[in-house]
Design a protein around this ligand. Structure first.
Ligand code: IPD
Ligand code: CA
Ligand code: CA
Length: 260
């Protein structure tokens, strides 16, 4: 299955890269003026699903643009797909975006892929076997203090209405960490925590497809992933805190402050 996920992610990734600057139609989603979707997001998803269906026609699918496959809800397997993570970057020609696919078995993510076509970086993991970047094993950092840590976050599209303290957390971490970045692709943020490029990542409102592969990468690379209360996270939680494990408690303490 991982081989098929890699094939689908690479094919979709090449399609995305080719289509930078060639987008014809941009729409908004859920009535949110910042939440955009193009025919390229949809075309990428169609390519991924057609490859999966060719090999596993009876597996369930949960994909950002076409939703869940209700007819296959009895399947033990579910492919969780974001055909373009980093849509805003993509639409602006900023080369920070990826394709991400997670494979769930009986409710648990057992394998995942993130493919970044701009850097030709392929992140992969199978549960219990480690996480890899282009075949090289990944390990989280060993930073133990926030002041030595480079953190990353993202903001929800409904930032103006979202009650979840996104701005408050951002300001609080600015005061504590060495630096903060906002890349615009949650799947890459998580992959980069696994790869030791960031020490920690938090975000207040994500969807399962943003995190399905990335959460597995962080855990397989030796890190921790929880909600903001410190409980073990699944891809169906909205909040996520993913770290090297060592700074996890310090980040939880900052998150508990909210706007204060
Ligand atoms: C978004 C990106 C972004 C995050 C948003 C996501 P999309 O996904 O992952 O980094 O801050 O919350 O919705 O819309 O580009 O697939
Ligand atoms: Ca996404
Ligand atoms: Ca997307």
């Amino acid at each position: 299955m991982l081989t098929i996920a890699i094939e689908a992610a690479k094919e979709a990734g090449k399609f995305l890269k080719y289509n930078v600057g060639r987008v014809k139609s941009i729409e908004t989603k859920k009535g949110e003026e910042r939440n955009l979707v193009s025919e390229i997001d949809k075309g990428s998803e169609e390519r991924i699903i057609s490859i999966i269906k060719r090999h596993y026609p009876h597996h369930a699918i949960l994909a950002e643009e076409s939703g869940a496959s209700p007819d296959l809800s009895g399947s033990d397997y579910k492919w969780v797909i974001d055909p373009l993570d980093g849509t805003t970057n993509f639409l602006h020609g900023l080369p920070i975006f990826c394709v991400t696919i997670g494979i769930e078995y009986k409710g648990e993510i057992v394998a995942g892929v993130v493919y970044d076509p701009n850097l030709d970086e392929l992140f992969t993991a199978e549960k219990g076997s480690g996480a890899f970047l282009n075949g090289k094993r990944l390990k989280v950092t060993s930073s133990s203090k926030l002041i030595d840590s480079l953190l990353v976050t993202g903001f929800p599209y409904d930032i103006a209405e979202n009650p979840d303290n996104a701005i408050g957390h951002f300001v609080n971490f600015l005061m504590e960490a060495r630096g903060i970045r906002r890349l615009g692709s949650a799947a890459l943020d998580l992959s980069y925590v696994a790869a030791g490029r960031f020490d920690g990542f938090w975000e207040v409102n994500l969807n399962p497809w943003d995190m399905a592969a990335g959460i597995l990468f962080v855990r397989e690379a030796g890190g921790s992933v929880t909600d903001f209360a410190g409980s073990e996270s699944t891809i169906y939680n909205k909040q996520v805190l993913a770290t090297n494990g060592i700074i996890h408690d310090a980040m939880l303490t900052v998150l508990s402050k909210g706007f204060r």
